[in-house]
Design a binder for this molecule. Structure first.
Ligand SMILES: [Zn+2]
Length: 188
């Protein structure tokens, strides 16, 4: 998604410059909720990546629920256990484009720092469960990200051909959930 306007969060959707919400905190939370709702699915960078991968013959799941994490992978290859996240530059604190809004700066900084911490935790927990995690920045050219994903899947397929790796993964404590949950995973 495009970065939210870098002005006061409470003003992002109104053309009336005099409109003020009760408190900076409330307006930030309101803006946050609005943007979260818009976020979940089908952002432009995700669609571009999905198309490129699909063209190259890869098949995957979209918005795949990850058991025990209350998180969804933007794309997943469950057989190969490769999870792909397409991270928005604003929300995930991109070092190149992740500037915080000036109004309520501390509040936004905390929010984004919490997202970054959560992203790290997600990677750790997925890796513990035997997943290979690929994180793609929203700004990353698809000519770069698609081959990264493809080679992760390829590496996993080679690895799976080895019996020892299969046995190790079978002991993994965390298992996939197969039920639909929140988003609707679909074959592409
Ligand atoms: Zn970026």
């Amino acid at each position: 998604m495009p970065s939210p306007t870098r002005t006061e969060p409470g003003r992002t959707t109104t053309s009336n410059p005099n409109r003020r919400l009760a408190t900076p905190r409330a307006s930030s939370e309101d803006a946050l909720r609005r943007m979260r709702r818009q976020r979940r699915r089908d952002t432009a960078p995700e669609i571009v990546l999905r198309s490129a991968l699909h063209r190259s013959g890869l098949r995957f799941r979209v918005d795949y629920p990850l058991a025990g994490l209350r998180r969804w992978a933007d794309l997943a290859f469950p057989t190969e256990r490769v999870a792909v996240f397409v991270d928005g530059c604003f929300w995930h604190g991109c070092p190149e484009h992740g500037t915080a809004p000036k109004a309520n700066a501390a509040w936004w900084r905390d929010k984004i720092a919490a997202n970054v911490a959560r992203d790290r935790e997600t990677v750790v927990r997925l890796e513990e469960a035997g997943w290979l995690v690929v994180r793609v920045w929203e700004h990353e050219a698809v000519s770069h990200s698609a081959p990264r994903v493809a080679s992760a899947v390829e590496a996993r397929r080679r690895e799976r051909a080895r019996p020892a790796a299969r046995a190790a993964r079978a002991k993994s404590p965390v298992r996939d959930v197969s039920t639909r949950h929140g988003g609707s995973p679909s074959e592409t």
